[in-house]
Design a protein around this ligand. Sequence first.
Ligand code: UD1
Length: 373
Amino acid sequence: MKVFIVAGARPNFMKVAPLLEALHARREQIPELQPLLVHTGQHYDVQMSENFLRDLGLPLPDIYLGAGSGSHAEQTARIMIAFEKACIEHNPALVVVVGDVNSTLACAISAKKLGIPVAHVEAGLRSRDMSMPEEINRLCTDVISDFLFTTDELAGANLLAEGCAPERIHFVGNTMIDSLRKHLSRAAAEPLPFGLEAGIYALLTLHRPSNVDEPATLQRLFDAINAIAAHIPVVFPTHPRTAQRMDAIQLNDGVRVIEPLGYLAFLGLMARARLVLTDSGGIQEETTVLRVPCLTLRHNTERPITCEQGTNSVVGTEPKQVLQAMLRVLNAPPPNNRLPEKWDGHAGERIADVLLAWLSGDRISATTGTGVP
Ligand code: UD1
């Protein structure tokens, strides 16, 4: 009985690792269970992919689709075609997709149209911003998924409001936080670069098309970053999308631009930063658990729990506002927030329990969703 676990882009690997581990650990219960890691190849550079597999202790992918880059339609279509072939060849009993990248949607559609049940891990997150490709991926994936695994109660409420049957929704917690908890002590032992000292630097990531694709927008953001670097050194591991656009950008000496980092090196830098500036989704959650202040350089978030219960502030992209928010953080005591429910390192095990109950025949108690045979 094969179960496909799909990963394609950098933020997927830390989400699938705990589930793969939990499924492998339960093979004693169901010896015929065969979890298979499918890598779509959406991200293909060593720094964006292989380093993550190594750091997370993930096995090499069982199936590699080699999709690569392209426009959204090209990339999504290539993944759909290759994944459909893999599904026909292997006939999995279930396909698990995670997050909100093009690979998530492409594989969910291909599987569902072949009549294969689909589970979506990290369902129900909504930014309400339809200009984000990820929001379209989230909405479409959730509509067709049989199992909707959520990270918090707000995500469940979004799904219910959209008309999802409650039986499809399973509040399990956050598998990305499972990975963080498992690897944090190793990550925090990694040396800091440039002689940086813990608590005396800021960490920056930027890759959203809305922030980096327009040179004028990117320069405006760097006006804010340059001003911040006058107060505290800024380390900036650049995503390939952003690196392609950095040549024309004026940078202050205090901004250290480096290659994308592996999982452990990045987690180690994040855990010891005084603050993090980002437009990533997952980093808003990781900083909440690490109790590191996070300034999100966007106008919305699909993860409001990180603002309500965590360390996150959505500050937009205006240099003046970003700078003011940074000064507020530097003058405030370190956060001591409570942590969101079930972000406890056991989400992968909860997902495995639900799926195995269904796979081993107890399909009615696991879900009564209409799409599940
Ligand atoms: C994708 C996801 C985004 C996620 C991000 C994390 C979608 C729609 N977007 O955005 O949700 O937060 O990954 O990194 O799925 N490139 C390389 N090497 C690589 C991968 C990409 O050079 O290994 C280049 C591509 O050629 C392209 C650019 O980076 O020019 C963007 O890659 P792409 O996969 O289109 O989307 P991301 O911006 O990475």
